[in-house]
Ligand binder design. Structure first.
Ligand code: EPU
Length: 428
């Protein structure tokens, strides 16, 4: 059983370099299947979600070669199947992007229904609505396998009933080689949507409007290989920014796009940090006080839901009562029980958490119930007295490259241990 042990009370300072964006990589890497050619993708994050996708691509017949730690060459000429590898897909939410790309390449795709972080109902009805508008039927086969297939994919006008990152990207992937024009309306506008569109355009696609709520895709017959560098990870950057706020610290967060961090910077200024933006970096200097704040998550450019657990952890030690409202996911406060174990005073009513700031948190055994909840436990651990022992760190490692090394370089006392509970006390 692997755990992180975090010793609280240490101020974090120095520089941290942000890796490539997970939620861009999990779409861009499968998208290489759309061309029968060779792509070189740079700035890939070294996280378990990416390892899984590269393995899936290999299992499907692609040849994958790591050029260096952050660059991969993928030759998709040998992809021979429209079936998404079952074992990996079941545990991995973003496997749904393989449906869009395989539909685009083979006009047919089969995959187990996707798994992933558990924070409520995670339907894919909007993905299927988009595929269907392009002419693809879907059915659930024996064993929970979803099959999507079309004789021809024909461009259409599609209005999404909810703003969905996954549906916007997946239907974009399926439409890129459809006949004629596809117009997607009520699209999500996250930076990774723009990144995917830029990558597809570099392969010869004709996509306009990514980053706005209307995306126009003129179908092309063929795509070709391309060299492309993935954008930096907005949420990894935001998480280190919150670590500065949580520890009275001073962190220069490097290799980022400041524009992507605006909603996070604004809230951190509100809670008492001084933020300076540079071309490709942002410096967060804490005033030493954590002020109360009210925060509502929204699709981009609003405050990201993927930063909600981290900011909630921070507000546990604010100087008053804060209200955090989650408007994207139905059940994204499950992790709050873990913060309560550490002495946090939080009441959750549906999608609203009321957080009464406390004088101190106490280190305790807690669980990383999902990826961002795990990041929240790390932040709470940094603020707490004593040692916090975080179980299920595999969730954290799905999305944060080298977190132990990066945090240690900033002065955190954090270790990974495989151990029995009674050994913890003497570990640090
Ligand atoms: N929704 C539907 N129908 C659909 C799709 C979504 O009703 O067909 C609803 C969802 O239930 C949710 C809302 O729409 O209430 C937004 O879901 P979205 O589709 O945008 O989420 P996603 O694409 O499944 C991605 C990220 C998540 C992030 C959300 C929102 C990836 C692989 N995952 O999920 O990231 O929380 O967008 O920004 O890109 C994370 O990185 O920790 C993470 C969970």
């Amino acid at each position: 059983m692997e755990k992180f042990l975090v010793e609280g009370g240490h101020r974090l300072s120095g520089e941290v370099t942000i890796s490539g964006a997970k939620n861009a990589a999990v779409a861009i890497l499968p998208a290489t299947i759309l061309c029968e050619d060779v792509c070189v993708i740079e700035n890939i994050p070294n996280i378990s979600d990416v390892t899984i996708i590269l393995q899936m691509l290999q299992d499907m017949g692609a040849s994958v070669r790591l050029v260096n730690k952050t660059t991969v060459e993928i030759d998709t000429r040998g992809v021979f199947t429209n079936m998404v590898p079952a074992e990996q897909a079941r545990h991995f939410r973003a496997s749904y992007y393989f449906l869009g790309v395989l539909l685009g390449r083979f006009k047919e795709a089969r995959s187990p229904l996707p798994g992933g972080c558990d924070f409520g109902d995670r339907p894919i009805d909007q993905h299927l609505k988009g595929f269907s508008a392009l002419g693809a039927e879907h059915e659930i086969e024996h064993g929970g396998i979803i099959r999507v297939a079309a004789d021809r994919l024909i461009g259409n006008q599609i209005y999404f009933d909810v703003v969905s990152v996954g549906a916007t990207m997946n239907v974009m992937l399926a439409a890129v080689k459809a006949e004629g024009m596809t117009i997607l309306e009520n699209c999500a506008r996250e930076p990774h949507i723009v990144d995917l569109a830029n990558f597809l355009n570099s392969m010869g696609a004709d996509i306009r409007g990514a980053g706005t709520d209307v995306i126009k895709i003129r179908g092309v017959k063929e795509l070709h290989g391309a060299n492309y560098s993935i954008i930096p990870d907005q949420i990894e950057a935001g998480t280190y920014m919150v670590m500065a706020a949580a520890t009275g610290g001073d962190i220069l967060v490097k290799n980022i796009i400041p524009k992507h961090l605006e909603s996070i910077s604004q809230k951190l200024e509100l809670v008492g940090c001084n933020i300076t933006e540079y071309d490709e970096a942002v410096r967060v200097v804490s005033s030493g006080i954590i002020r109360k704040a009210n925060i509502k998550t929204m699709p981009h450019p609003g405050f990201p839901t993927d930063m909600q657990p981290q900011i909630t952890a921070l507000l546990c030690m604010a100087d008053g009562t804060s209200i955090v409202t989650e408007s994207v996911w139905d059940h994204r406060f499950k992790y709050v029980d873990e913060l309560r174990r550490m002495g946090a005073d939080i009441v959750v009513d549906g999608k609203v958490a009321v957080i009464e700031g406390v004088e101190s948190l106490k280190g305790a055994p807690v669980k990383a119930t999902d990826l961002r909840a795990g990041a929240a436990m790390v932040i709470a651990g940094l603020m707490a007295e004593g040692v916090t022992e975080i179980e299920d760190v595999r969730h954290i490692e799905r999305g944060y490259e080298n977190i132990l090394f990066k945090m240690s370089m900033l002065g955190a006392r954090i270790k990974k241990m495989e151990m029995l509970p009674q050994q913890v006390v003497t570990a640090l």
